[in-house]
Design a protein around this ligand. Structure first.
Ligand SMILES: [Zn+2]
Length: 406
């Protein structure tokens, strides 16, 4: 199965490219990512710009709503699906003879953009695998429109007579901003809310902030917003808005505290991962906490990484012998036929994750063996087929592809 952002579970394909009215003077374009427009009082605030490919549609969506000049673009964080469309908004302002908009972001975004350029090829590969793009595809930008205005903890922007507040948070990123419109009781929250289990612990991305994320959601809930505009998925209004904020915060705190309690009780990270900590049943059943993008096991990893570094506690993994030699020793002892038989038996009893550990021994002992890779790929596809998380599924699928295509 091939997964595109449209199949990520974060987007309703029928609503992609459409605009929702959130409340008077606030609308949202469904994109990857969403773009919010605050307008009707003489000037416009644009929250996020979507990805580069979506930029022209985002500008068209704004101009179907209003001719007002853009006073400010605000990045809710530096991820490329939120910042890539900025050049198109600047071009629109210049074409209309308007002043350049102010571009606001948390100050941490500048270091992020520098890191993205320093690690371009790595980020391009991670995103290509994460979004199931073909080998050689360039999916990561090579330039960024920097903010003209940054802040550290809080800032206020004047939109005509309206004061709009920017608040810093650490959640999916260290440079997150949520935007609070007190007079309209709207919170534009970026990826702090995405209609999925939060995406902390993304496997190949830097540290994320499970506890800070919970605190940010609680701070937003404390303002009692009537409407939420998320970074992905549909806007939310009424009592559900407060419920989603507080229950998502509760889920993150539960996982955070569960990991920390075990670390403080002397358990090793590997033991904690193996235990398979799950959310309480009532939280696990919430439609907005389903593991369609992020998932609880990745959150557990995020918390472990934040507090306990990279060593999982298994002595053999501290300064390991070359993996291929170890796999060769195991294969010699087990015998290829017995190993393949057990892999097929585990696939037959729908235990593909157990089968994957064994198939990996064969593949690692014989990395150039076509048959070993074929078996490995069969198992990976079986694991992927049963996996609800878009991110995990695509990483399994990428590993299953033949080397010359992957
Ligand atoms: Zn996003």
């Amino acid at each position: 199965m091939s997964d595109h952002p449209l199949e990520s579970g974060l987007i309703d394909p029928e609503r992609f490219g459409t605009v929702d009215r959130v409340t008077d003077g606030v609308s949202m374009l469904h994109g990857f990512a969403n773009v919010a427009f605050v307008f009707g009082r003489g000037v416009v605030l644009v929250a996020d710009t979507s990805a580069e490919a979506m930029g022209p549609r985002a500008v068209d969506a704004l101009r179907a709503l209003t001719e007002e000049p853009i006073r400010a673009l605000v990045y809710t964080h530096g991820h490329v699906d939120h910042t890539g469309g900025a050049p198109f908004f600047l071009a629109d302002a210049r074409k209309r003879g308007h002043a350049d908009p102010q571009i606001w972001a948390h100050e941490g975004i500048l270091e992020r953009f520098e890191r993205y350029l320093r690690t371009w090829a790595w980020n391009n590969e991670v995103n290509r695998r994460q979004f199931s793009m073909p080998k050689g595809a360039h999916v990561f930008p090579t330039s960024f429109v920097k903010p003209t205005h940054t802040y550290r903890d809080r800032a206020t922007i004047s939109l005509g007579t309206e004061a709009i507040e920017l608040r810093h948070a650490r959640g999916e990123t260290d440079d997150a901003t949520w935007i609070w419109l007190p007079t309209r009781r709207v919170a534009i929250v970026g990826d702090l809310l995405i209609h999925s289990m939060p995406n902390t612990g993304n496997p190949n991305k830097p540290q994320r902030y499970t506890l800070g994320w919970a605190e940010a959601l609680e701070a937003i809930a404390a303002e009692s917003p009537a409407h939420l505009v998320p970074g992905h998925g549909a806007p939310v209004s009424g009592p559900l808005a407060i419920e989603m904020l507080s229950e998502t915060a509760r889920a993150l705190r539960f996982l955070h505290d569960a990991v920390l309690d075990r670390l403080n009780a002397g358990r090793w990270p590997d033991e904690i991962v193996s235990e398979g900590i799950r959310l309480p049943r009532d939280l696990e059943a919430k439609p907005y906490l389903q593991p369609v993008y992020g998932c609880a096991p990745f959150v557990v990893r995020d918390v472990l990484r934040a507090y306990a570094g990279w060593w999982d506690g298994r002595p053999a993994e501290l300064l390991p012998a070359p993996r291929g030699l170890v796999a060769g020793d195991l294969l010699d002892l087990i015998g290829e036929d017995a190993l393949v038989d057990r892999v097929r038996a585990l696939l037959g009893t729908r235990e593909p994750k157990r089968a994957l550990h064994l198939a990996a021994v064969l593949h690692e002992a014989r990395p150039d063996d076509v048959d070993a890779h074929r078996l490995f790929a069969d198992v990976l596809r079986a694991v992927a087929a049963a996996e609800p998380s878009f991110i995990a599924r695509n990483f399994y699928e990428a590993a299953a592809r033949p080397r010359d295509l992957e």
